[in-house]
Design a protein around this ligand. Sequence first.
Ligand SMILES: [Zn+2]
Ligand SMILES: [Zn+2]
Length: 213
Amino acid sequence: MKVPKARKCRICKKRFKPLTLYEWWCCEKHRDELATKLAAEAKQKRIQQQEKNRKKEAQQERQSLKVRKLALKPDNYFKKQAQDAFNQFIRLRDHGQPCISCGETNPPDLHGGQWDCGHFKTVGGFPELRFVEKNAYRQCKSCNAGSAKHGAKAATVAQRYEQELVLRFGQDLVDWLNGPHEMTHYRRDDFIRIRDEYRAKCRELTKKMEQSL
Ligand SMILES: [Zn+2]
Ligand SMILES: [Zn+2]
């Protein structure tokens, strides 16, 4: 490379004639100024990079802490997350439908809400149907609380649930639900997969509902 005839001083921007290819200053004073300026810039850059690295490390630390914390969680933790997501989906799917058992469309607000996801074949008695959509419908909190217990109310709720299923979907569905069914053997990964699947379905349904408003 040839030394150019003239170039602009990096400090004062005046044109000067450099003696070497690497000379970017018009005078000694501006050489020193430029050296100081470049050193300050380099330092600033180093600080920024250090800051960036620190943030990245902190982020990685948080992430690995999260992973370790999740690894310590029992399977039941993910089972509950999966069930919550599934139940939420059922409530969204049946939005606008009356209670499957009592037909109520505006039930009283009991302990933080009006609606539950009620399983026809209970989660406790028939765990193999806990994530079967055909086995779960929007149910008012009062009926859902009743069906969890034994006694007269539970029997009535279950009976009316069954009658409503026959009306809405036919006897075949009820016969199928009454089973027998193959036992499922869900593991941790299954719960996580089901949870994510139903969370996605909930997001999709919510979006659709918002769009149709
Ligand atoms: Zn200069
Ligand atoms: Zn009800």
